[in-house]
Design a protein around this ligand. Sequence first.
Ligand code: FE2
Length: 263
Amino acid sequence: MHEHAAKRTKDGKSLWLLHITDNHLFADRSEGRHGVNSVDSLQRVLASATKTRQPDLVVDTGDIAHDRTREVYEMFLSMVREFVDCPMIATPGNHDLNKPFDEVLSRDSITMNGWQIISVDTHRDDVLNGMVSEEELNRLRGELEANTSPTLIVGHHPASEIGCAWIDGHRIENDVEFLQQLSHYPHVKGYLSGHVHQAYDGHANGLKLMTTPSTCWQFKSESAEFAVDELPSGWRWLELLGDGQIKTQVARLGVSEIRRNRL
Ligand SMILES: [Fe+2]
């Protein structure tokens, strides 16, 4: 699974990473939830995001499929391929299932333009909350000791509270152990995740912590109870600089695009 592939970006400078997450695709392309069609919304996100630039790398942090069949993962891959031809790392979420996910998508770490991007599996099939297994922590340790390039870790569940009480309970159960392990390696610069369908930017243990809006429906931030937000679908750009810094910005569909997205 986790084999390294060394690649250079086209301009040899910053690495432009497009983060998409929580696509929740259904086998029936007309389906959605909370008034948003998942397929249309992902297509518009990919079209909008790639209008200004082509990414060097796409990362998807899971909950790709609501209907967890091989066909849905294949549909996802072909949708992404309509808009980008760069490498992609995907990591599963609580809605995904290992078997069909791994038949279609790659979780392999990648080293590109001096940066190392490593996916961590925070999910267990059919379990809502996150957890990083001992086996996964050991694999991570091995990869971080083998390569001391500036590193971004990507996974589905957040590794800290984000101030949204009901969904904070789903975060990685062994979050303290996970973040402590990462903080042993100063070349780890950030942890990028999904699951929360909202944007968050924070810091812990010297790491930049980021979550990104879903490519479909959104959850209200700073909410004690489950609540859907009317904010448009979104994505995140990360510019990974040669000196190990991360510049990042969240973007969302425009108002005219979101209207067309409605079911
Ligand atoms: Fe999730």
